[in-house]
Ligand binder design. Structure first.
Ligand code: RNT
Ligand code: ZN
Length: 418
């Protein structure tokens, strides 16, 4: 049977449950996921040759990592050719591209240092998102940036933040697509602090200063990401969840939740509805924490599906800025990216072909026996046939065919990078 024939049969089966698969496929096509550039080079970037710092770690040394902007762009293109639909690219400030030996430190970055990325995005008709890089730099002193007690250090990073707001607005204006700019700082302490308030008060003031520059709020969507702990920063994190949610709510910016940034039994899927009740927009970093914020590749697993369900069944597709955040250096990086992107899309499609209204009715009429029975039945509906159809319709390889492309690319391109 062809993919189209299998889809026809699946469509009828879902129709009996009141699900319109044609509509689901159409909706999914218009969901743009922000793909992080940093899976391609283990969060290295192009503006330094020091180690990755900030309490985050990319482990593994699978060959073929991108070493130059050209290599990273080629790799991103390869991934986009294997992922259905059109997406956004999420850059970090450390991916500035300096030409003719010129260099600008993070506090002096300008739009021109990202011109090549804008050209890249324009040629592909995609939007760009952005992140100031508050790590992997000598001005991170004693693990602190925007919360540092040293004025010179704190001011350096405030200037970096301001520069990034300007660059984000440049992206939005050049591309005609709003740019989400996410602020995450690693600041924290390994051991029990003597003063928890001071660093948070300084962080608050630093954010106020960064956001005091004029910028167009309809173009630059400033987000603030919380965290519970980092490696070497286990006892105290300045940008905790309470800090970021309150700061965002009081300053009209967007809260960003990364599902690796909570205690192990806390689930971001359960937080989304509360956040949506009080915020016009929220932002997500979808990742896979394994025992800690390990940033494993996103799988088609329970929590990813649950996150997708919360977005879809609350009609929040346009209110959730959806980005991925993982970096696995132990496997082929093109494959890592592709698996994560396709899985996020699968999770969304899975949510779109769930009889959400019917399930809600069962809940509201206290029919939990039937709800469980039907939810379990739906798990083995011919979902794969709908997904395959979506891939075919969007001109990307169906089923595992994409992996052949990755192997070929590894042989022809990645293996030559040694
Ligand atoms: C770190 C945060 C942050 C980074 C990226 C590289 O724990 O999740 O989002 O992963 O900015
Ligand atoms: Zn994150």
């Amino acid at each position: 049977m062809t993919t189209a024939q299998r889809y026809e049969s699946a469509r009828e089966i879902y129709k009996n449950m009141g699900v319109d698969t044609d509509k689901a496929v159409e909706t999914l096509k218009n969901i743009h996921i922000s793909m992080h550039c940093w899976q391609g080079d283990d969060v290295t970037g192009f503006d330094h040759d020091g180690p990755l710092t900030g309490g985050i770690q990319a482990t593994g040394n699978y060959p073929g990592k991108a070493r130059t902007p050209e290599e990273l762009m080629a790799d991103i293109d390869k991934v986009f050719s294997l992922v259905p639909g059109k997406h956004k690219l999420n850059l970090h400030a450390s991916y500035a591209i300096f030409e003719d030996g010129e260099f600008a430190d993070r506090d002096k970055l300008e739009p021109k240092h990202f011109k090549k990325w804008v050209e890249f995005a324009k040629e592909r008709g995609i939007g760009l998102d952005f992140n100031p890089t508050f790590f992997s730099h000598s001005k991170v002193v004693d693990g602190l940036t925007l919360s540092s007690p040293i004025d010179e250090v704190r001011n350096f990073w405030i200037e970096h933040g301001k520069a990034c707001v300007r660059i984000s607005q440049y992206f939005a204006e050049e591309l005609g697509i709003p740019c989400a700019m996410n602020i995450w700082i690693p600041d924290g302490y390994k051991d029990i602090p003597a003063d928890r308030m001071g660093p948070r008060a300084r962080f608050k003031d630093s954010l106020d200063q960064i956001l005091s520059i004029p910028y167009d709020k309809s173009k630059v969507l400033v987000c603030l990401e919380s965290k519970v702990f980092g490696i070497g920063l286990e006892s105290y994190t300045v940008g905790s969840s309470e800090f970021t949610i309150n700061y965002a709510a009081n300053n009209d910016i967007i809260s960003l939740m990364d599902n690796g940034h909570y205690h192990p039994t806390e689930l971001v899927s359960d937080k989304i509805s509360s956040m949506l009740l009080f915020n016009e927009k929220i932002a997500l970093h979808v990742t896979r924490p394994v025992r800690w914020d390990s940033d494993h590749v996103v799988l088609f697993d329970d929590e990813t599906r649950e996150i997708a369900k919360e977005i879809v069944r609350n009609d929040a597709i346009d209110r959730v800025l959806l980005a991925l955040d993982f970096f696995d250096a132990s496997i082929n990086r093109i494959s890592a990216w592709t698996v994560g992107m396709r899985n996020m899309q699968k999770a969304l499609l899975y949510a779109l072909v769930s009889p959400n209204k019917k399930f809600k009715e069962l809940q509201d009429t206290n029919q939990f026996t039937e709800l469980m029975a039907m939810q379990e039945e739906m798990k083995i509906y011919p979902f794969g046939d709908v997904w395959d159809y979506f891939c075919e319709k969007n001109n990307v390889p169906v089923k595992g065919e994409w992996f052949k492309e990755v192997k070929k690319y590894e042989e022809e391109v990645l293996s030559k990078r040694a």
